[in-house]
Design a protein around this ligand. Sequence first.
Ligand code: HPA
Length: 281
Amino acid sequence: MTNPDALNAQVETAATAVQGRTKYQPTIGLVLGSGLSELADSIQNPDIIPYEEIPHWPQSTVVGHSGRLVIGELEGKTVLAQQGRSHFYEGYSMAQVTMPVRVMHKLGIQTVIVTNAAGGINDAFAPGDLMLITDHINFLGLAGNNPLRGPNDDSVGPRFLPLTHAFDVGLRQIARQTAVTHNITLQEGVYAYVAGPSFETPAELRFLHTIGVDAVGMSTVPTVIVANYLGMRVLGISSITNKAILNPDTNLTVSHEEVLETGKLIIPKLTTLLRGVLCQI
Ligand code: HPA
């Protein structure tokens, strides 16, 4: 747990460092998940800042997460893309994992688009699908590890944050319309956040299936909670990179390589969807 004043000082220092490295004033944040870093290649005239050059910024240690900020123009909007993120399973605290979204807020960003790779639990989902996140289940938070745990600064956000509309209703509608316009199949569903880094067992996956989870992954939710806390609007899109294996008596299994390979195949579709959404924000 980090004291709010100390955390705020770190966020200020990091935001000042980012401002010193870019000519842009970004208004939209984009968090690119496993295997999705390439999406930032569409950003025009970018200022690129490696994470190691930003004080207090958590480094990405995972293959498929590049570890840099790409700030520039996309569809007429000024975006700041986080090319790679850090995760709780890497050993970071919730405060560290959610520090980047606090920096985005400090920079004046009011809208965040979060993407991730996820395992498909809904029987109707196939690897390669995109899923609009309508809601989440925060297993770590339900068990006591919520990023808002600790002293609260009431001048920043509420002690008891409502999450009924954690994923902005208007942005979800824009995503649906954009998918129709571009003939993209956009699944919808509930994302469950688990700690990882081991993948789920078949019994755990059957449990998630029973309670109504559509996709499972190891990221995103802490960022979504802190973004809501700071009053930011959030849109969440999962790339379904693999099908959850609910039966242990099979030769099939899941791997990070499969997640990255399918993630790459989904990039053109995801890029089209996000570009379309950006046009309408
Ligand atoms: N489980 C958890 N996280 C994931 C998965 C999965 O099957 N696929 C991609 N990220």
